[in-house]
Structure formats: structure tokens, C-alpha cells
Design a protein. Structure first.
Length: 308
């Protein structure tokens, strides 16, 4: 785990000042927001309307599904980024932000739709983190790729960095990423600081978003780039010019968000239980394999046992 020794002045913890950012020529958006297309009750039109009223943009990033993102991606009266949060089969969640809606739709049809489970927003059938990132790289998919909440939630393997720390993923995996999500308002402050420290260590760019599931959250965490259109904005993230501004949710709001997501999951209770159980078995197997390798190495290093 990298030491938490933050040098960046491009990540600010606190409420965003939209007016000042606009005056300085920044475009900005909440880069992680969910709708009722996946595990939220929020209608995408309500989310976009509130974003417009508040003066911010928003990236619609539902788990494995894109209907809401497609519905609003080309609206002219508010800055919208078409995106998706891919729930990989081995745990980590990967955010993809697309320059063109048609590219997102084509990618989804070819690689995501065939791997959907009965509960479509849970872990995909056969799309590991490595396979996903390799596919994006080899197929030259025109998008920005960021690791969502890199330290996972509650010790789960839903983040790239926590899986690196546990030895489940090689550190080399980050070479196929553009960014780490360094402020996710659903995470603890210490976890966000660790994500930022890791991003600095790897030389990754920054994104930030609320991981919002409730309408009121839109725009509480933003990613900002001096740009005049979507292409320049996403290029700015790739180039390492992004600012991230925002803060973590209160414990009460985290609990409220968790309860709403839980209700949505219960609509798919049998299949959700099956998928989560499979994911748990994979984790146990990986842990067992890792422990077994350590034991074998220790025995090998000790040499032959002496008798008597």
C-alpha cells in the first residue's frame, strides 16, 4: 500500500464552487451517477434536470447497462457524458467514459450484453478486469477508463487498488488505466486519500464523482477540465489536467443510499444471491491459492527436513 503523502494541488476536499470554475473556463461534471436503469430509484431525466438547474454536468454510469445514458447523452442544454460502470467478474468496478454514444452502444452490444447475469448490474459472467482492459486496449476503444472507488466498499474486492494490495491483481494492471477515482463520496476520507496516493504513485490522472444513487447527490463531487466540449474535456482527463473537487457523504446519507440500493437488489434476490455467492467462492479460491503458494515457497526455502 502506498504511503499517504499527498502532493497534488488538483484534488480539493470541500463543496465545489461552480461559479468560480465557470469563470475560469472549466467544464465540470459529476463523473459517477446511477439511475433506475440499474440500482437506483432516480429517473435519468430528473437527474439531468437537477444537474442543469445546479449548473453542473453529469456522467450517467449505470452498472453494465446503458439505456439511461443513451437517452440523455446528446442533450444540448446540459453537459452529459455517456458512460458505464462495468462490474467485472473478478470484483473491481471500471468506469468507462465515451466520446461518442454510438461507440458506447457498439461496445456494450459486443462485450457487455453477452455477459449479463439474471441480475444485470451485478458481476458479469466472463469479463475479468484484465480481460476488459485488454479488450479496450486491443480494440482501441475510444474512451477514458477510470477505476471506480479503488479501495472497494467495506473490504470487498470492488476496487482495483484493494485487489492489488491483496495480491489478486498485478500492479501492472494500472498501465491499462487512464485514471483512478480519487474522490468517491460513498467512500471514507481515508480511503479516498489512499486512492489519491496510489494514483500519484502510478502516474495516473484523476476522476471524481458521487457514486450517486439519490437525486439530491448530483454534482456534490465533480471533475473539472478547462475545455469547451466533450472531446476536449475527456482529452484533458487523459492528459492529466483534471481537477477533482468534492467531499464524502455523511454517515446518514451513506446509510440511506445503501438501503435504497438494497431494496433494488431485493427485486432480483435469488439471482443476486447466486452471483454474490459465486463471487465469494472466487475470492476464497484466490485466497487459498495465494496461501498455498506461500506455504510451498516456505517449505522449498527451508530445504529437506532432517531426521532424528
Amino acid at each position: 500500500m502506498p504511503k499517504v503523502n499527498i502532493k497534488s494541488n488538483r484534488v480539493l476536499f470541500g463543496p465545489p464552487d461552480y461559479s468560480s470554475l465557470s469563470e475560469m473556463g472549466y467544464m465540470f461534471a459529476d463523473m459517477h451517477f446511477h439511475t433506475n436503469c440499474s440500482d437506483s430509484f432516480t429517473d435519468v431525466m430528473d437527474a439531468v434536470a437537477l444537474a442543469r438547474m445546479r449548473g453542473t454536468g453529469v456522467a450517467i454510469t449505470d452498472h453494465n447497462l446503458i439505456a439511461s445514458a443513451v437517452k440523455v447523452a446528446d442533450k444540448k442544454d446540459v453537459f452529459v457524458i455517456p458512460g458505464i460502470e462495468v462490474s467485472t467478474s473478478d470484483g473491481p468496478h471500471i468506469l468507462m467514459y465515451f466520446y461518442e454514444t454510438r461507440d458506447m452502444s457498439a461496445f456494450w452490444r459486443k462485450y457487455i450484453r453477452p455477459n449479463l447475469q439474471s441480475c444485470p448490474w451485478l458481476a458479469l459472467k466472463d469479463m475479468s478486469t484484465e480481460k476488459l482492459l485488454y479488450t479496450i486496449e486491443q480494440e482501441d476503444i475510444h474512451c477514458v477508463v477510470s477505476a471506480a472507488h479503488p479501495l472497494g466498499y467495506f473490504g470487498t474486492n470492488k476496487g482495483v487498488e484493494i485487489c492489488i494490495e491483496k495480491g489478486y491483481l498485478s500492479e501492472d494492471i494500472v498501465k491499462m488505466l487512464d485514471a483512478y477515482e480519487v474522490i468517491c463520496s460513498g467512500m471514507t476520507h481515508s480511503s479516498n486519500l489512499r486512492a489519491l496516493a496510489a494514483a500519484e504513485q502510478y502516474g495516473l490522472s484523476y476522476t471524481g464523482g458521487t457514486d450517486g444513487h439519490m437525486l439530491e447527490e448530483v454534482g456534490n463531487v465533480i471533475t473539472a477540465v478547462q475545455a469547451s466540449n466533450r472531446e476536449e474535456f475527456l482529452d484533458g482527463i487523459k492528459g492529466g489536467y483534471s481537477l477533482v473537487i468534492g467531499q464524502e457523504k455523511s454517515v446518514i446519507k451513506k446509510a440511506k443510499m445503501g438501503s435504497e440500493s438494497f431494496v433494488r437488489f431485493m427485486e432480483h434476490a435469488p439471482s443476486a444471491f447466486y452471483v454474490q455467492t459465486r463471487s465469494g467462492v472466487r475470492s476464497i479460491r484466490r485466497s487459498g491459492s495465494k496461501i498455498g503458494s506461500k506455504i510451498k515457497d516456505r517449505i522449498r526455502n527451508q530445504g529437506p527436513r532432517r531426521r532424528g
